[in-house]
Write a protein that binds this ligand. Structure first.
Ligand SMILES: [Zn+2]
Length: 354
């Protein structure tokens, strides 16, 4: 397997049996751009898909952190003062659904299909780090969400997520948290460990989220997509020679191919805003050298970097297997802050749901 740096698999959290679960599903959900295409798929669909009946889809979480569904006000009281300062809690919406059919289909029992598509894509981008969603979601699995609308029509941000599969005895939690020195919020598990893995020697440092991974065969998506503002610096991950720039720009947009000198692996960087002018074929660049800026050119529907690797024989490689990877953890004061937020989100998430 031309993989040079075998890494932990994508489902860091234990339970290998389950790990296959969400991964595919998410990818199936078309994280990033292909949402509509895969969303309608159903998984083990012995159950009537429309049966996604569920507990509660309360319209909102009260700003005081308590529930809106008339549970005793006493309970919410002590969380009140704190949560009132939390802008995230103001517009939060709680949702509690049982999965029947695809994630999108399940969500669509509670909202319009467009909203369900969008929200499913968001949820998928979190769950994909744990499960194969295409194969591993089971009827009866339960998803509890706290989310809020954000700028842009039909856009949402998931604030907290609790996924549980009774049949497998598995629970997974994710919380949105923005640390002070980071431009973007990220999802963390209950211990304060980041859920997304990061590439070491990453071609891009500042990005909002990985919106699509490479699937096992590469048939649905051949690389990794990093959602990032237009103009974000792209650097050479490893010492490399520049092979070519800006070919097939209709699809690829501005683009760059590097060949890593120690491994012979070729790396494609697509949809760039620009390749830096000094980056010409034949030039050798050291690891970390700025080579381009990310963009939204070619066949791209939102600003992102598409990063794709091919072994010396042309075989596709998964960047998350080729690169070493890390999962970051919050520490010190920041972890304390996160744990306080988590507590509030947990209260909101479970309010009124038994
Ligand atoms: Zn892509």
């Amino acid at each position: 397997m031309g993989v040079l740096n075998p890494i932990r698999d994508l489902s860091d959290p234990p339970k290998r049996s389950f790990r296959t679960v969400l991964m595919g599903f998410l990818l199936g959900l078309g994280v990033g751009g292909f949402g509509g295409f895969f969303l309608g798929r159903t998984l083990p669909a012995e159950e009537p898909p429309a049966a996604a009946a569920v507990a509660a889809a309360e319209p909102a979480i009260a700003a005081d952190g308590g529930s809106m569904d008339g549970e005793g006000p006493g309970e919410a009281a002590d969380a009140g003062a704190e949560a009132a300062k939390d802008p995230l809690a103001d517009r939060a919406i709680r949702l509690d659904i049982e999965i029947h059919g695809s994630l999108t289909a399940s969500l669509a029992t509670r909202m319009g299909s467009r909203e369900a598509d969008t929200l499913a894509a968001q949820v998928s981008r979190i769950l994909v780090w744990w499960f194969d969603l295409r194969r591993d979601l089971l009827p009866g699995d339960r998803l509890q969400l706290l989310y809020e609308p954000v700028a842009g029509p039909g856009e949402f941000r998931v604030l907290a997520l609790l996924f549980s599969s009774e049949s497998r005895g598995i629970t997974r939690r994710a919380y949105y948290f923005k640390s002070k020195d980071s431009a973007y919020g990220r999802y963390f598990d209950e211990q304060g460990q980041e859920i997304e893995k990061r590439l070491e020697n990453s071609p891009i440092q500042e990005y909002e989220q990985i919106t699509e991974l490479m699937d096992a065969s590469g048939r649905r998506h051949r690389g990794v997509d990093f959602k990032a503002d237009v103009g974000t610096p792209i650097q050479a991950p490893f010492r490399a020679v520049v092979v070519r720039t800006n070919w097939q720009t209709r699809g690829n947009g501005n683009c760059l191919e590097l060949r890593y000198l120690s491994s012979g692996v070729s790396a494609l960087f697509l949809h760039l805003d620009e390749v830096l002018p000094e980056i010409r074929p034949g030039k050798v660049v050291e690891a970390g050298t700025p080579v381009a800026r990310s963009g939204n050119t070619g066949r791209s529907t939102a600003p992102h970097l598409h990063y794709e690797l091919h072994g010396p024989t042309g075989r596709l490689l998964n960047p998350f297997e080729f690169h070493p990877t890390v999962r970051r953890a919050l520490e010190g004061d920041e972890r304390e802050e996160f744990l306080r937020l988590r507590q509030r989100l947990d209260q909101s998430l479970s309010a009124g749901v038994n």
